[in-house]
Design a protein around this ligand. Structure first.
Ligand SMILES: Nc1ncnc2c1ncn2[C@@H]1O[C@H](COP(=O)(O)OP(=O)(O)O)[C@@H](O)[C@H]1O
Ligand SMILES: [Mg+2]
Length: 330
C-alpha cells in the first residue's frame, strides 16, 4: 500500500514550490489506492491554471514517474488537435468508412486500463465546444460513448487538465510584480508579491467561470492555480535539471563536476520570473548541454576522464581532468 508521506516527499522532489497541487494529487492517489472512490467516476479530476512554465503539465508526468517509474507513462491529449467540431472523431477514432478512419485514435481502452492511469488534457481552452461534451461525459460518468459496441471507461484514471485561459491577464500581473517598477504616478500598478499571487488566483478562477459552463466546472474535483516560481524555486529546479543532465552523461560514460560559479552563471542567464522554469531549461541546454555534447563528439573521452565545468568569458568552459582512484586530478 502507498504511503501518503512518501508519495508527497517524492513528488516534492520532482515538482518544486507547488505544494497545494501536490497535496491535492496525493490525496486523490491515496483514496484511489484504498479503492474507496466512487466506482462510477474517474479516480480524480483536476484543472490546473496559472502562470506559464510552473509545472502544470509536468505534474502529471512526475506522478507517472513516481507511480510507474517512467514519466512517459501518461496518456496525453493536446486539445489544440481538437479545434474543429469534426476533430472529436480523432479521440476515439472515426468509424469505418468515415474520414480519418485509417488514423489510430488518441484514446483506446488498452491505454486507459493500467492501474492508476494518468490522462492529461493539455490547453483545454483550445478545443472546440463539441470536445467539452465528450469531456463532460468522462468527468460525469467515467465513460465515453463511442457509438460502437464498446465504450471507453476512465474509472481507472486520473484526469489532469491544464488551461491557459487566463494567460494574458496572469502575464500582466506577473510582469508588474516582477518589475516592481512604481514611480509615484504608477502607484496603482504596484503589487506586493502576496497580493500578486492572490490576484492571479482570482483572475484565473474568474476566467474559468467565464469560459467554461457551470456544469463542466462543477464536475471537476480540484481546480488549482499554480504559484509563480520565485528565485529559491528556480535554484532548486536548476539542481534538478543538473542532476538529470549529469545522470544522462554518466549513462554515456561521462563524469562531470559543475562548479558553484557555473550554477550561478546558469541561474543568471535562465532567470525570467515571467516565464517560470522554461528559460532556465533553455539556458542549461544552450550553455551546458549543447557545447558539452559537441566537445565530446569532437574530442571523444576515455572512461577515466571527468569534465569540470567552469565559468569562462561569457560562457561555460569545460576542462578535462583524470580520475585516479576516485580522486580528480586536473
Ligand atoms: N514547479 C516545477 N518544479 C520542477 N520543474 C518545473 C516546475 N515548473 C516547471 N518545471 C520544468 O519546466 C518545464 C516546463 O514546465 P511545464 O509544466 O510544461 O509548464 P506549464 O506550467 O506551462 O505547463 C517542465 O518540463 C519542467 O522541467
Ligand atoms: Mg503546459
Amino acid at each position: 500500500m502507498l504511503k501518503a508521506q512518501e508519495l508527497r516527499e517524492q513528488m516534492r522532489k520532482e515538482i518544486i514550490g507547488q505544494d497545494r497541487a501536490i497535496d491535492a494529487v496525493v490525496r486523490a492517489v491515496m483514496v484511489a489506492d484504498l479503492g474507496i472512490c466512487d466506482p462510477r467516476r474517474p479516480l480524480g479530476t483536476f484543472l490546473f491554471l496559472g502562470p506559464t512554465g510552473t509545472g502544470k503539465s509536468q505534474i502529471g508526468r512526475s506522478l507517472a514517474k513516481v507511480l510507474h517509474g517512467d514519466e512517459n507513462e501518461v496518456v496525453a491529449v493536446n486539445c489544440t488537435e481538437f479545434k474543429n467540431p469534426h476533430d472529436v472523431a480523432k479521440l476515439v477514432g472515426a468509424p469505418p468508412g468515415y474520414v480519418g478512419h485509417e488514423q489510430p485514435p488518441f484514446l483506446t481502452q488498452e491505454k486507459l486500463d493500467r492501474k492508476l492511469t494518468i490522462v492529461i488534457f493539455e490547453e483545454l481552452e483550445k478545443a472546440d465546444r463539441a470536445f467539452y461534451d465528450l469531456l463532460l461525459q468522462i468527468l460525469e460518468r467515467g465513460e465515453l460513448k463511442t457509438g460502437r459496441a464498446v465504450d471507453l471507461t476512465f474509472r481507472n484514471c486520473f484526469i489532469m487538465m491544464t488551461s491557459n485561459v487566463c494567460a494574458k491577464e496572469v502575464d500582466d500581473i506577473t510582469k508588474n510584480a516582477v518589475i516592481g517598477f512604481s514611480p509615484p504616478s504608477h502607484k496603482f500598478e504596484e503589487l506586493d508579491q502576496d497580493s500578486a499571487d492572490a490576484k492571479i488566483q482570482t483572475v484565473c478562477i474568474g476566467a474559468v467561470e467565464d469560459f467554461f459552463s457551470p456544469e463542466f466546472i462543477n464536475r471537476i474535483d480540484e481546480i488549482i492555480t499554480f504559484n509563480r516560481l520565485k528565485e529559491e524555486h528556480l535554484l532548486a529546479i536548476l539542481d534538478k535539471f543538473l542532476l538529470d543532465t549529469r545522470a544522462r552523461l554518466a549513462m554515456a560514460g561521462v563524469g562531470t563536476v559543475i562548479s558553484d560559479p557555473s550554477k550561478k552563471f546558469l541561474i543568471e542567464r535562465g532567470t525570467n520570473l515571467r516565464y517560470g522554469a522554461r528559460p532556465l531549461r533553455r539556458a542549461v541546454r544552450e550553455y551546458l548541454e549543447y557545447p558539452l555534447a559537441s566537445m565530446i563528439a569532437e574530442k571523444g573521452l576515455d572512461p577515466n576522464e571527468v569534465i569540470h565545468v567552469e565559468v569562462g568569458d561569457g560562457k561555460l568552459e569545460f576542462h578535462v581532468g583524470r580520475l585516479v582512484k576516485g580522486a580528480i586530478i586536473s
